[in-house]
Design a protein around this ligand. Structure first.
Ligand code: AGP
Length: 611
């Protein structure tokens, strides 16, 4: 949830940490801070965005070659200067940043208070820091040992990095549940929550696993397992370019990423879909095809937008593979004690690959013998490493908090899997299989056609930006897209919006309809079209405003609707890849028209690494 950066080496630490925090700000922007160690330990922190911290430090002597930094998504203690990280220990010699939640901080705090410790903040993090220092002072020979002892008592998730005034050449880091990657340079090391702060300095990285500790010096990286044994760091080469994490001339990452969708879908298909040969090749599927063909059921697990991708995949897998499918909110699936049979296939969907609810739900299911197949965007992420097989979505880094290109790339991978499995199981004919292959190959260009309507959608957004509520309706494959459209508008414009299966309206929600209420119909041509036309007339009869995403040349819906955005015709099963794009743009331009920060919407973060 929070973003953590650290540096130790021969360069000036502050500019590296500041830029790193700017790159990680999509992980949380309630407050920011940095601790720098030259001769003395200096800590600077401020409520608000990284820019406010930077402004408050102009003119200060920030010289140091070791430092830690943090950008916060508040869990324990409201956003404020005193709850901002880094925290300082009671001796004043230790500073610590933390990403995660210490669930048993209260009893530990009680113990420490009884020992006379005084707390500056309301955070769980400060409790852990005082706890570590207490052990360091009384029971441990080294800070590393004190950290190891303390973490044995901790329940929850964490990445922590400590700076010690008495040992300015060493950083201590540890991980459980939250992500940590270490970049290896010449006589320098970079530590961060993900690779984006590291990419411009080195492509050689080590992904730290749960319960591992890192003792980091300028010229040495020592990794230790939970048994305190040294382990050899597994170095991975980053396959990402700096340009991918820059705005590239767009005003916002969200707009850039919406316009990157033709390329994202194309990259997702590249090397997998071969229209000429009429084949789909996917290493992760090919290797386990028999297991997947014999699967008694498929369970799709995810959160937020990834859950919406799963919901659409339920329709697609049942249609093309004739396998029973269930879709689960990871947070509910993890605690519901679900019935899992060995051999059940779980498809985990996650852009970041670090969402705590999804990660822990998978760990539980894996323990019960389920086969985990990951559909993930971030290479080397925890869910990717936990999965027994998988397919990356190749959408490239997604920085905007609202997921857009990762969603269409997730759908594309799920379509490929369903088409391949359906044909392998002879649940679809060769003719249908080849038809869908050719249709899917046309999608990138068709998305380009939709993007050419951006200005029309901008006008629509400005017209309806002051609406108090919105409803989004769809049927069949377009129902999950209606949910996704509502989520995007909520996230970006803070307008209350709900998505429904259109036929559900008569069972209650239609009571909400009054004069002028904007209701978006995701109405591309499909088997449900006539029914949807009737649903739209029911809304019109109650003076609701019908805004419709329609298939080009659909004169019937064009007649009924107050506003229409037409998308190119496509096989109804693939049309969601087109109909979602205008909804992403509607959300973007509505947020823009309301003067909101569309890349960093309030109260949100890109990767939810705490429960
Ligand atoms: C979507 O715009 C949101 N950022 C959020 O709902 C997101 O989809 C959810 O947190 C899941 O994230 P993941 O795909 O990285 O697991």
């Amino acid at each position: 949830m929070c973003g953590i950066v650290a540096y130790i080496g021969s360069r000036e630490a502050y500019p590296i940490i500041l830029k790193g925090l700017q790159r990680l700000e999509y992980r949380g922007y309630d407050s920011a801070g940095v601790a720098l160690l030259d001769k003395k330990l200096e800590i600077y922190k401020k409520k608000g965005k990284v820019a406010e911290l930077e402004a408050s430090l102009v003119g200060k002597n920030l010289h140091a070659q070791a430092g830690i930094g943090h950008t916060r998504w508040a869990t324990h203690g409201e956003p404020s200067d005193r709850n901002a990280h880094p925290h300082r220990s009671s001796s004043g010699k230790l500073a610590m940043v933390h990403n995660g939640i210490i669930e048993n901080f209260a009893p530990i705090k009680k113990e420490l208070v009884s020992k006379g410790y005084v707390f500056e903040s309301d955070t769980d993090t400060e409790v852990l820091l005082h706890f570590i220092e207490d052990i360091y002072k009384h029971d441990a020979k080294s800070l590393e040992e004190a950290v190891r002892i303390a973490l044995k008592r901790i329940v929850g998730a964490y990445v922590i990095i400590l700076l010690d005034q008495d040992h300015p050449d060493t950083l201590i880091a540890a991980r459980k549940g939250s992500p940590l990657v270490i970049g290896i340079g010449k006589n320098e090391h970079f530590l961060a929550s993900d690779a984006s702060p590291i990419i411009e300095y080195t492509k050689e990285v080590v992904y730290i696993n749960d319960y591992e500790m890192a003792i980091v010096k300028p010229d040495e990286l020592i990794l230790k397992n939970p048994g305190n044994e040294r382990i050899t760091p597994f170095i991975t080469k980053l396959d990402m370019e700096l340009a991918a994490i820059e705005k590239g001339g767009y005003d916002h990452f969200m707009l850039k990423e919406i316009f990157e969708q033709p390329t994202a879908v194309f990259d997702c298909l590249r090397g997998r879909l071969d229209p000429k040969a009429g084949t789909i090749r996917m290493g992760g599927i090919d290797k386990h095809l028999d297991l997947l063909k014999e699967a008694k059921r498929i369970i799709l697990v995810g959160c937020g937008t990834s859950w919406h991708a799963g919901l659409l995949a339920e329709y697609v897998f049942e249609e093309l593979c004739r396998i029973p499918v269930e879709v689960e909110y990871a947070s509910e699936f993890r605690y519901r004690n679900p019935v899992i049979h060995p051999g059940d296939v779980i498809i985990a969907i996650s852009q970041s690959g670090e969402t705590a609810d999804t990660l822990v739900a998978l760990e539980n299911a894996k323990k019960q013998g389920a086969f985990i197949f990951g559909v993930v965007n971030v290479v080397g992420s925890s869910i990717a490493r936990l999965s027994q097989a998988g397919a990356y979505t190749h959408a490239g880094p997604e920085i905007g908090v609202a997921s857009t290109k990762a969603f269409t790339a997730q759908l594309t991978v799920l379509y490929l899997i369903a088409m391949k499995l359906g044909f392998a199981k002879s649940a679809i004919t060769k003719e249908r299989y080849l038809h869908l292959i050719n249709e899917l190959a046309l999608i990138p260009e068709k998305i380009n056609e939709v993007l050419r309507k951006a200005d029309d959608i901008k006008i629509l957004a400005e017209k309806y930006k002051d609406a108090r509520d919105f409803l989004f309706l769809g049927r069949g494959y377009n129902f999950p897209i209606a949910l996704e459209g509502a989520l995007k508008l909520k996230e970006i414009s803070y307008i209350h919006a709900e998505g429904y299966p259109a036929a559900e309206m008569k069972h209650g929600p239609i009571a909400l309809v009054e004069e002028g209420l904007p209701i978006v119909f995701v109405a591309t041509k499909d088997a449900y079209h006539e029914k949807l036309v009737s649903n739209a007339q029911e809304i019109k009869a109650r003076k609701g405003k019908v805004l419709a995403i329609i298939t080009e040349n659909d004169t019937i819906f064009h007649e009924i609707a107050d506003e229409t955005i037409a998308v190119p015709a496509a096989d109804e099963i693939l049309a969601p890849l087109l109909s979602v794009v205008p909804l992403q743009l509607l959300a973007y331009y509505t947020g823009l028209a309301k003067g909101l920060d569309v890349d960093k919407p309030r109260n949100l973060a890109k990767s939810v690494t705490v429960e």
